[in-house]
Design a protein around this ligand. Structure first.
Ligand code: M6R
Length: 618
């Protein structure tokens, strides 16, 4: 959580830092701040609220925008409430050093008490102010340069961090470091300028050359010089690898849509096609996935597959459980990464762990991977962000290729995760002959149609909007599904909760009778997935039970359905496909529905309250 955007070079730093913060706001948005150095003064502006609030302040303080060095921060509060004082950047007591920080220093209280005994006074409640003063204390005590002081200070902290530190007595350099939270360094032409950010989006229009620091690495960035990278704990020198960015500016802009979420919903046909690319060879009736092929023995001889993930990615994992067990007959367990990592699970070297994550930075998923590896399991990653921590920590894996997802509510990440996981299930099912050639080929041919079907499905937008208008004032909603579509019911409910703040629960349709049915009255909208295969008659019975209690039914059905249409209050049709592939379609109406309800309720769709896009704290 939290976004860092910094610049050192020959351009005005302010617009680069502020625009960078706007692109990183998905990481946290409860307060924002920046410091610009003009060669004489450190000009600080910070405020509770969003980057747009910060801009309002700096607009009034025009003079504060000049200077070629700047560091900014957009915050998701961990220590200390979101207010002006707790916002970053934070200064050291002398006023010479300034820091922006993403992460948590767990032993900050002990360090703070120690520093207080040495005469330090703290203004804020943050762990970050403690860290910058610790760096200052080390620098004074050791009589060393900033880089060494940062390194020594970091050896005595426990926790996670990505930091950028500036010392006004050495104004041609910035020091950055990471442990557990990402940091990228954009290297400008002839090393005349450098960009530092939590991901590469703030500098994509300036340079395509980026260095991603690894955990426990720090870098000294000096104008005109090669970036010096070393390991924090053993002081060894690292030769930094400069990667070429694939990201483009259009990918991270709204492209005419009112919100990123809507843009990302509409990008799904392309995103799924991109996920297929090079893997789904429909003409040859083949799936090519080298990460599976190279490890086929491990997969086919595994005792079981354990899937670890959080939130929407966990829902994708649940779809995968149904898919892999159905298609490949390999036992699968799906675990919340946050529970798995702390519950002393039984893991052996005969287990395969699949970790799913859009951001590739989710702290609990990362910790679950490390635990599984330490017990000898083979770990496979399904990630969207290329080069992310999870992508690097897993033994192998597959990228989803959804492109940058900026709306906090996951949409295209979910469908592309399901796409990859379906390909894996099919590939394994073919390899161990759980699927006959005929069934496998039928799946391939149906799968190939999915992007076009999603495209067609998106035409229902106006219809879904009219349904959203009817139910936007509901205070509670139920989402029901069975089989492959039970996880879609969970995901539908999560989407509604997180962006419209309407309470919603997802349930397997048959579970309704074991409790939730008590909630049903004439005010309760119930969204039911009733596609025409798998358990159709059973779901129809569930719908009858709801109608008997006056609940309002909004049913997602297969096109041409007449039976449910006769009973439901509203129907939304999806194109026909195999039951196992329906999650790729049934999920779309629920995304649109949540989006329209949130817009009608005037909620901040892309940045819902209290949330952040990547949860890099546990
Ligand atoms: O980046 P990850 O996929 O690891 O993130 C996991 C969850 O935080 C994420 O899916 C979250 O639930 C979404 N905001 C839901 O829309």
């Amino acid at each position: 959580m939290c976004g860092i955007s910094a610049y050192i070079g020959y351009r005005e730093a302010y617009p680069i830092v502020v625009n960078g913060l706007k692109r990183l706001e998905y990481r946290g948005y409860d307060s924002a701040g920046l410091v610009i150095y003009d060669g004489k003064k450190m000009q600080l502006s910070k405020t509770k609220g969003k980057v747009s609030d910060l801009e309002l302040i700096t607009d009034k303080e025009e003079g504060r925008k000049k200077g070629n060095i700047g560091m900014g921060h957009t915050r998701w509060a961990t220590h200390g409430v979101p207010n002006d004082i707790n916002s970053h950047p934070h200064f050291s007591q002398s006023g010479d050093l300034v820091i922006v920080h993403n992460g948590i220093i767990e032993n900050y209280d002990t360090i703070r008490k120690e520093l207080i005994t040495r005469g330090y006074v703290f203004e804020s409640d943050t762990d970050t102010e403690v860290l910058i003063n610790l760096i200052e204390e080390v620098k004074l005590n050791e009589g060393c340069k900033l880089g060494k002081a940062v390194q020594l200070a970091l050896t005595s902290v426990v926790g996670a961090y990505a930091i950028a530190v500036f010392d006004k007595t050495k104004p041609d350099e910035l020091v950055v470091a990471r442990l557990g939270s990402p940091i990228a360094i954009g290297v400008g032409k002839e090393k005349k300028e450098f960009f530092i950010a939590s991901d590469a989006s703030p500098f994509v229009e300036y340079t395509k050359n980026a260095i991603y620091l690894e955990d426990e690495e720090m870098a000294i960035i000096k104008i005109g010089k090669k970036v010096k990278v070393r390991k924090i704990h053993d002081d060894s020198i690292v030769d930094p690898i400069i990667q070429k960015l694939q990201m483009s500016l259009e990918q991270i802009e709204k492209g005419g849509y009112d919100h990123f979420m809507l843009k990302e919903i509409h990008e799904q046909p392309k995103a799924i096609t991109d996920t297929f690319r090079g893997r789904m060879l429909a003409k040859e009736n083949m799936i090519k996935m080298s990460s599976i092929e190279d490890n086929l023995d491990k997969f086919l001889n595994a005792d079981r597959i354990i899937i670890v993930a959080c939130g929407t990615s966990w829902h994708a994992g649940l779809v995968a459980e149904y898919l892999i067990e159905d298609m490949a007959r390999i036992p699968v367990e799906v675990e919340y990464a946050s529970e798995f990592r702390y519950r002393n699970p039984i893991i052996t070297d005969k287990d395969i762990v699949i970790a799913i994550s859009q951001s590739g930075e989710t702290a609990d998923t990362l910790a679950a991977i490390k635990l599984a590896k330490s017990k000898g399991a083979f770990v496979y990653g399904v990630c969207n962000v290329v080069g992310s921590s999870i992508a690097r920590e897993t033994h192998t894996g597959a990228y989803t290729h959804a492109g940058p997802e900026i709306g906090v509510a996951s949409t295209k990440a979910f469908t592309t995760q399901i796409t990859v996981l379906t390909l894996i299930a099919l590939k394994l099912g073919q390899a161990n002959k759980s699927l006959s050639d005929e069934v496998f080929e039928n799946y391939i041919q149906k799968m190939e149609l999915i992007p076009k079907q999603v495209e067609k499905l998106l035409e229902i937008d106006e219809h879904v909007k009219s349904i959203a208008a009817v139910y936007k004032d509901a205070t509670n909603c139920l989402y029901l599904g069975r089989g492959f579509n039970f996880p879609v019911a969970l995901e539908g409910a999560l989407k509604l909760k997180e962006i419209s703040y309407i309470h919603a629960e997802g349930y397997p349709a048959a579970e309704m009778k074991h409790g939730p049915i008590a909630l049903i009255d004439e005010n309760m909208p119930i969204f039911v997935i009733a596609t025409n295969k798998g358990h159709y008659e059973k779901v129809v019975s569930n719908i009858q039970e709801i109608k008997a209690r006056s609940g309002k039914i909004i049913a997602v059905v297969t096109e041409g359905d007449t039976q449910v249409r006769d009973i439901a209050d509203h129907v939304i049709e999806i194109p026909d496909t195999e039951d196992a592939l329906t999650p790729l379609l049934t999920t779309i109406p629920f995304q649109l529905l949540s989006y329209h309800i949130a817009v009608m309720l005037n909620k901040n769709v892309d940045q819902p309250r209290n949330l952040a896009k990547s949860v890099t704290v546990e």
